[in-house]
Design a protein around this ligand. Structure first.
Ligand SMILES: [Cu+2]
Length: 526
């Protein structure tokens, strides 16, 4: 069973829960186009997990439970963004005393957005869009990023470039409602990228958690003034995010974003610079410009000598700086050379005659006249213009947390279905022996995740979950679609560790793993 369209979500969750009750095990749960039983390539996911966890320092993995207080960067948990923090979203604040301190707020949020005209999909975002905002610093800046996880799953912020382990964004995992401060000195100069590194990382990337990271050189003479664009290439399949050839290869999160009325623009003989990054997870993007040979800084680093190319192969996880000049006015394709070009990775650039008037070409998505200026002795950044257009096309809607939705109350129909579930759950297995987080739960193809589930227990009982798997998991009340409801939350439970909770009230409680959101369970307190 798969579902992706938001409108179908509620119904299907109920059907899935009902199946779980009737069969005594959870068959499949996914809001991300991952099918846990039919057609899911178990081996590929499993090896992916293997690759992520054991290669890291065991001293980090062995940190106990949810105690991340030994990381100096953790500032709080159960924190929601303050008004001040919201204001720093998308705004880089330069410190008034001129010491190059920069602060930025990044909020992990579940959302829906259009990826193509009329196709609305569920995504995981940084600041509500895919890609998230372009982060731009100058080499040597002392950068602090306030990261707030308001999403339903564990997330992190991992930036490419140089920094220490506490600020690498692989560990710790930041659970829903937790906040973390990443701090680093921006280096090296070049075009890089950022993404979430919570496991399975390629799923978090495919779900939309990435963006462009630009670090300008301290030496402003190295790159000449140019018209500048940021281009993030990625993959998305609304039906099956594990598809090797997905339905879409979006450009800045939207299929064929820069075609026709939304085309990129530059002047004849003007230097145009693209900061291009590949946030796909499978094949390279062969980046290609029509009607010009262009310069590329390999791997996006200004320390590399640029080379002349007709097409450049850009690997997943890599970035480039492209510099191009068009000799002849006209409209030209900017695209990936290959199967991506029929699947959303096609764009256009309008080259205006040197003597021509740009106004009619450059008004898409903006009325800000600064975008219309010719490049003379300083660069003209089109990146904000791109971000405004991206938001206009994607029409993103942030998903509310479970707590906020509960306040709206349930309809009579939902109440009746819930009551039917309660009745059917009377046959649930008693949990006097505790609940196992079963081996290989990190694999969505596993037969069961929490066992027994559904389980039942008397009011006043203490239930202990033991992690019999090799990977860390959580036992978090709520569900992966709406997030934690705050009733109980184990934090991270490492292998062989356990978590106990005493149930004071009767009720049917669903829970899930915030690291592996396909893992769901139910406990009935009577
Ligand atoms: Cu994530």
């Amino acid at each position: 069973m798969k579902f992706t369209k938001n409108s179908d979500k509620e119904k299907i969750i109920i059907v899935v829960s009902l199946c779980a009750i009737l069969t005594g095990s959870v068959t499949t749960t996914t809001a991300y186009g991952l099918s846990s039983r039919d057609g899911y390539n178990i081996d590929s996911l499993y090896s992916r997990e293997d690759n992520i966890i054991p290669n890291h320092s065991p001293t980090i993995l062995e940190r106990e439970g949810n105690d991340i207080s030994n990381y100096k960067n953790i500032i709080s948990s159960n924190t929601y963004p303050t008004e001040g923090e919201k204001q720093t979203q998308n705004t880089i604040i330069s410190n008034a005393n001129g010491n190059n301190s920069k602060e930025f707020t990044m909020i992990a949020e579940d959302a829906t957005m259009e990826i193509s005209p009329g196709e609305r999909v569920e995504v995981w975002t940084f600041n509500g869009t895919v890609p998230g905002p372009t982060l731009r610093f100058t080499e040597g800046d002392n950068v602090t990023i306030h990261f707030i996880n308001k999403g339903s799953a564990a997330h992190t912020l991992h930036l490419h470039g140089t920094h220490d382990s506490e600020n690498d964004g692989a560990f710790p995992l930041i659970l829903p409602n937790q906040t973390y401060n990443y701090n680093f000195i921006a280096e090296p100069a070049g075009s890089m990228l950022y993404h979430c590194h919570a496991p399975p990382t390629s799923l978090h990337i495919k779900m939309g958690m990435y963006g462009s990271l630009i670090i300008d050189s301290k030496d402003s003479e190295i790159l000449k003034p140019a018209r500048e664009y940021a281009v993030v290439l990625s993959e998305f399949d609304p039906e099956d995010q594990d598809s090797f050839i997905p339905k879409y290869y979006p450009v800045n999160g939207y299929a064929n974003q820069y075609m026709e009325n939304n085309s990129l623009v530059a002047r004849q003989n003007e230097l145009v610079r693209f900061y291009v990054s590949n946030l796909g997870t499978t094949i390279p993007f062969p980046f290609h410009l029509h009607s010009t040979i262009f310069k590329v800084y390999p791997s996006g680093l200004i320390s590399n000598e640029p080379i002349d190319v007709q097409t450049i192969s850009l690997s997943p996880g890599d970035a480039i700086i492209v510099e191009a000049i068009w000799k002849y006015p006209g409209t030209y394709f900017v695209h990936s050379h290959g199967i991506q070009e029929e699947r959303g990775n096609m764009g256009e650039i309008d080259i205006i005659p040197e003597s021509g008037n740009s106004v009619s070409y450059m008004t898409a998505g903006t009325t800000n006249s600064s975008y219309l200026e010719p490049v003379t002795n300083k660069s003209v950044s089109m990146i904000d213009w791109q971000y405004q257009m991206q938001k206009k096309l994607q029409k993103p809607l942030i998903s509310k947390s479970g707590i906020e939705e509960a306040e709206h109350g349930a309809s009579a129909e939902e109440e009746a279905e819930a009551e039917a579930l309660r009745q059917q759950s009377l046959s649930a297995i008693d949990t006097s022996k505790g609940i196992s987080i079963v081996p290989e739960s990190g694999n969505p193809g596993n037969d069961a995740f929490y066992e027994p589930s559904p389980a039942k227990v008397a009011v006043g009982s203490t239930v202990t979950w033991t992690n019999d798997d090799a990977l860390p998991h959580t036992v978090t009340s709520g569900n992966p679609e709406k997030g934690s409801d705050g009733i109980f939350d184990s934090g991270i439970v490492n292998a062989d560790k356990s978590f106990s909770h005493t149930f004071d009230k009767a009720g049917v409680l669903d829970y899930y793993c915030a690291i592996h959101p396909w893992m769901t369970g139910r406990i009935i307190v009577q």
